[in-house]
Ligand binder design. Structure first.
Ligand code: C5P
Length: 218
């Protein structure tokens, strides 16, 4: 197969990361999780009490942030933050700090640089429209908020983490609102991205559907 990049956008909790990992493994590609990068910025801002509304303070913080992926691990300035960036308060902060133009500018250029030699599956919110508008395959994964909340709830229970469906559902609705209503790069299906509705599909079925699409597109 020729070297390509695959762009996947979609809302929170739709399973982009899981699917990207599985497709990357099958096609011998690498997965760039851009959400993890926005989470690193949010984690840093929270931990260091950065006044992100002050442009100079924000820029100084951004200059201090170095993100590295090491297999499944996410390293922020050398610290393994793989678990910490998944905490709910970091998710909510990521939705806020990802709306800041300085943050997007820094992360978009890092992402474009990281995948310029191709062979990547890149997932996020603005990949098809802003980061990789020329990607060989462009997908938009969607599912109802109920389906996404239900999956997340089951995932937590399975891991033995105490969870409340209603709280998870409300968080998903709140993040959807923030991600789709921000001024810069709001979450939106690019006109030429192919829609994959995963509401009624298992992970295996989504993987099959996506592999079929990739096959037809290249
Ligand atoms: O995908 P994930 O839920 O890990 O992303 C965390 C947050 O980062 C999202 O709610 C969104 O606000 C932001 N994000 C973004 N652009 C991307 C990826 C994530 O704005 N390309």
């Amino acid at each position: 197969m020729k070297k390509i990049n695959i762009a996947i956008d979609g809302p929170s909790g739709v399973g982009k990361s899981t699917i990207s990992d599985r497709i990357a493994e099958k096609l011998n590609m690498r997965h760039l999780d851009t959400g993890a990068m926005y989470r690193c910025v949010a984690y840093y801002v929270k931990k260091n009490h950065v006044d992100y509304e002050n442009k100079q303070a924000l820029q100084e913080a951004l200059d201090q942030i170095h993100i590295r992926f090491d297999g499944d691990r996410v390293l922020l300035n050398g610290e393994d933050v793989s678990q910490a960036i998944r905490m709910n308060e970091v998710s909510m902060m990521a939705s806020i700090t990802s709306a800041l133009p300085e943050v997007r500018q820094k992360l978009v250029s890092l992402q474009q640089e990281a995948v310029k030699d191709k062979g990547f599956i890149v997932d996020g919110r603005d990949i098809c429209s802003v980061v990789l508008p020329d990607a060989e395959v462009k997908l938009y994964m969607d599912a109802t908020p109920e389906a996404r909340a239900g999956r997340r709830y089951k995932e937590y229970i399975k891991k033995g983490i105490e969870a409340d469906y209603e709280t998870i559902f409300q968080d998903i609705v709140a993040r959807d609102y923030q991600d789709t209503h921000r001024a810069i790069s709001p979450l939106k299906k690019a006109d030429d991205a192919i829609l994959v509705d995963t509401s009624d599909l298992t992970i295996d079925e989504v993987v099959e559907t996506v592999l079929d699409i990739i096959d037809k597109e290249i």
